[in-house]
Design a protein around this ligand. Structure first.
Ligand code: COA
Length: 420
C-alpha cells in the first residue's frame, strides 16, 4: 500500500473531530458555525474515520491533518441475498496537499480495512464522476431526478388511496424505526437493509444555518396493514411571483416498499399546497412514478449517477447473490488495485446459486472485463450485454455475453436507499 513520502496514516477518532471537519471544510469550500459542527458529529462512524497527517521533513507542522475519509457500514441487498458493504464518505484532501497521491493512498487504506472487516463491496456517491472510476467503481445504480409539476396526476393503483399518510416534523428518535422498517421491506437490490446509527442520523441532520430559506425537515409516512411502507424526508421553500404561489419542494431521502405506497407517496408530494413543483432524486430507472404519471413530460426526468459499486472480493460477491440462469463460464477479471481479484474466474451457476473458483491454469477464457464493469453489473441493473454493446466487455467465446447477462440481470432496477 502506497503512502506518499512525508505523510503517515492515522485514525481520526472523535477526539480529533475538529481536524476532520477542518479538512472537510477546506476541501468542500465551506465554513460552518460551531453549532453546525456539533450537529454533524453524530453523523459519522468515528471508529472508521481515517486520514493522512504530515510527518517530519515535509515542511508545515508535523501532525497536521492533510486528508480524511470515512465509511458507513451497512447491509446491502443484492439480487437474492445480502452482503456487508462499506459506504465510502467524507473524502477530502486539503488544497495545499492535492495531487500528491493522497486520495490514491486513502483508497488503498479503505479497501484494505474494508476487506479485513469482511466487507465485500465498497459503495459511494461521487462529488465528481470522473474521480473514482480509475479505482474500479462502476455505476451500478444510475437514477432519475424528477421534478413533478403541480398539475401532474397518476394512474390509479388498487388500494393506494386507502393508505394512511402522516405528515410530521422529522425527528431521528421518533422516526428511526419508521425508516428502518421501510428499508428492511424494500426488495430492490441496492437497498440498505440494515444501516448504522450514524448513516441514519446523516439523513435527519438539518442545521438551521444551512437551510437557505427552506422549512425544517419534515417527514411523510405512508402506512399499510404491515406498518410503514413508504416515507420521504422533505423540505419546502415558499416563493411568490406575479402569478401567485411558486413554492418548491424536494426530497433526497425516501423509500417505498410497495406499488401502492409508492403511488400514494408521489401523488401527495406532487400536490402540496402553494408548491409549483416537487423534486425527488434517486429514483430507480423503473420507478412506478414514471409508469404511473399520466403526463411523462410533467415529470421533467433527468438521468443522474447515484450509487457506484466496487467489488472488493470477487468470489465472495458473486456467491452472495442469485442467478436467473444456469451457466459455466470462465471470466477473466482485470483489477489493477486488488491483486486477489485479478484472475480468470470459473463461475458455475445452478438452481440460482453460484460456485466461483480460480479457473484451471490454461483453461479457455469466455469473457474478459474490468472490475469496474463487473461491479456496474453486480446489482443486476446495468447489463453485461449493454456493457459489451458499448465495447467494454470482450467476448472471447461467442454467446458468453448473453449467457452471463441474462444470469446477472435483476427483474427490478437497483436503487440505494440513501445518498451518503
Ligand atoms: C478529489 C480529491 C479527493 C483528490 O485528491 P488528491 O489527493 O488530489 O488525488 P490524488 O493525487 O491521489 O489523485 C489520484 C488520481 O485521481 C485523479 N484525480 C484527482 N482529483 C480528480 C478530479 N477532481 N477529477 C478527476 N480526476 C481526479 C488524479 O489525476 C490521479 O489520477 P492518476 O493517478 O490516474 O494519475 C481532492 O482534490 C479533494 O478533496 N477535492 C475536493 C473534495 C472532493 O471532491 N472530494 C470527493 C468527494 S466524493
Amino acid at each position: 500500500m502506497t503512502i506518499p513520502a512525508g505523510y503517515r496514516r492515522v485514525d481520526l477518532p472523535f477526539e480529533r473531530r475538529a481536524e476532520m471537519l477542518s479538512v472537510d471544510q477546506w476541501a468542500f469550500a465551506m465554513t460552518h458555525p460551531g453549532d453546525v459542527a456539533r450537529e454533524i458529529e453524530p453523523t459519522l462512524d468515528w471508529d472508521r474515520c481515517r486520514g493522512l497527517e504530515v510527518g517530519d521533513g515535509l515542511g508545515g507542522e508535523a501532525g497536521d491533518v492533510a486528508a480524511v475519509h470515512s465509511s458507513f457500514p451497512y447491509t446491502l441487498r443484492t439480487p437474492g441475498g445480502t452482503i456487508a458493504a462499506s459506504g465510502l464518505t467524507w473524502v477530502a484532501v486539503h488544497p495545499a496537499h492535492r495531487r500528491r497521491g493522497l486520495l490514491r493512498s486513502m483508497i488503498d487504506d479503505h479497501f484494505a480495512r474494508s476487506r479485513a472487516r469482511g466487507e465485500i463491496v465498497s459503495t459511494l456517491v461521487a462529488a465528481e464522476t470522473t474521480i473514482y472510476q480509475r479505482f474500479g467503481y462502476g455505476l451500478a445504480c444510475p437514477a432519475y431526478k424528477i421534478t413533478m409539476s403541480r398539475d401532474l396526476t397518476f394512474r390509479e393503483v388498487a388500494g393506494s388511496e386507502d393508505l394512511i399518510v402522516r405528515f410530521e416534523d422529522a425527528d431521528l428518535t421518533r422516526h428511526a424505526s419508521v425508516v428502518r422498517a421501510v428499508a428492511a421491506r424494500d426488495q430492490r437490490p441496492g437497498a440498505m437493509v440494515v444501516m448504522s446509527d450514524a448513516l441514519l442520523a446523516a439523513q435527519f441532520t438539518d442545521p438551521e444555518a444551512l437551510r437557505d430559506g427552506r422549512e425544517r425537515k419534515r417527514i411523510a409516512i405512508v402506512e399499510d396493514e404491515h406498518g410503514p411502507a413508504a416515507f420521504a424526508l422533505f423540505q419546502r421553500r415558499l416563493a411568490w411571483d406575479d402569478t401567485g404561489p411558486a413554492g418548491t419542494g424536494v426530497t433526497e431521502a425516501w423509500a417505498a416498499a410497495t406499488p401502492a405506497s409508492s403511488r400514494r407517496l408521489w401523488s401527495v408530494l406532487a400536490d402540496l399546497d402553494l408548491m409549483r413543483s416537487f423534486t425527488a432524486t434517486g429514483l430507480p430507472l423503473d420507478d412506478p412514478a414514471i409508469l404511473l404519471a399520466r403526463d411523462l413530460r410533467g415529470l421533467d426526468v433527468r438521468l443522474k449517477d447515484h450509487v457506484w459499486v466496487r467489488i472488493l472480493d470477487v468470489p465472495a460477491a458473486l456467491t452472495a447473490r442469485t442467478y436467473a440462469a444456469d451457466l459455466d463460464l470462465t471470466v477473466d477479471v482485470a483489477d489493477a488495485t486488488i491483486a486477489e481479484n485479478s484472475h480468470p474466474w470459473r463461475i458455475e451457476t445452478r438452481d440460482g446459486r453460484a460456485t466461483v473458483t480460480h479457473a484451471e491454469p490454461g483453461s479457455a477464457v469466455d469473457l474478459r472485463m474490468s472490475i469496474q464493469d463487473l461491479s456496474a453489473a453486480y446489482l443486476g441493473g446495468t447489463t453485461i450485454a449493454a456493457l459489451a454493446g458499448a465495447g467494454l466487455v470482450d467476448e472471447v467465446r461467442q454467446g458468453a455475453t448473453s449467457l452471463l447477462s441474462e444470469a446477472l440481470r435483476s427483474p427490478v432496477a437497483p436503487r440505494s436507499t440513501f445518498s451518503f
